[in-house]
Design a protein around this ligand. Structure first.
Ligand code: PRT
Ligand code: MG
Length: 217
């Protein structure tokens, strides 16, 4: 039985914060994806390799079995839907929150109270739709792929739904966080078929990740 494993990671914070978890499982990656242009990185374990993909593509690679497992933010998983994915561990890494923000001068509370139709720009249309529907606020959602912070500044939208960690991006753009929707962290995602066919190789890694993550709480 082929027990080789492919792990999908995005470069940047997810790669950086997954390295210590891999080390806890006895696996090291010597290439740095920020330096190297390689998209497939070998590891110290000859049967385990890492593929570098866009953060929002991790669930797709794992869903179709092009990668056996991966690490993805809850934000990304909620938009993807999680189909075909087993999500055994909250890794407690790449933490932030999903929030609603508006321009410093915008009176969000009274706009919501008056039942005005709010224009909301976001990459996270599913989360945003559910959040405002639950509050009974009517919204026009404008899908963006990045730089959401610009939306209210140029009159594209009244509000944005985006990830916030330190708050410095909002401050630098004169935006104010008016609602926190949910806490975000990254999860381990495993292809459902691989979990069965490659359990022998996967299980110890999942357990090592679980132990290392529980120490991070
Ligand atoms: O950057 P790229 O377009 O390639 O993809 P991506 O933004 O999806 O990937 P990446 O690597 O930036 O983020 C991967 C995951 O990290 C996300 O899916 C989140 O789960 C998690 N994460 C944690 C964050 C942040 N913190 C974060 N601060 N993702 C993005 N941000 C951005 C945020 O969108 C905003 O523009 O950082 C800015 C806010 O940061 P502060 O510190 O100024 O508040
Ligand atoms: Mg980013």
């Amino acid at each position: 039985m082929n027990q080789s494993l492919t792990l999908a990671l995005s470069k940047g914070r997810i790669f950086d914060e997954t390295l210590p978890l891999l080390e806890a499982a006895g696996i090291t990656v010597s290439d740095d994806p920020e330096q190297s242009r390689k998209l497939i990185l070998p590891t110290s374990d000859p049967v385990i390799r890492v593929v570098i993909v866009r953060a929002s593509d991790v669930p797709t690679y794992v869903q179709y079995g092009a990668a056996d497992f991966g690490v993805a933010g809850k934000d990304v998983l909620l938009e993807h839907g999680g189909e075909g994915l087993y999500q055994p561990v909250d890794l407690n890494i790449a933490k932030c929150r999903m929030s609603v923000a508006v321009s410093a001068g915008f009176d969000y509370a009274s706009a919501v109270r008056q039942g005005a139709r709010l224009r909301v720009a976001t990459k996270y249309v599913n989360v945003a739709r559910e959040h405002f529907a639950a509050k009974g606020v009517h919204v026009d959602l404008i899908k963006l792929y990045g730089s959401m912070e610009l939306g209210p500044l140029v009159g594209l939208s009244d509000a944005i739904v985006d990830l916030v960690s330190t708050g410095s991006t909002l401050r630098a753009n004169h935006l104010v966080e008016v609602e926190q929707i949910m806490d975000i962290s990254s999860r381990l995602v495993v292809n459902r078929a691989a979990l069965k066919t490659k359990r022998e190789k996967l299980q110890p890694i999942i357990e090592a990740f679980e132990r290392a993550a529980s120490l991070k709480q």
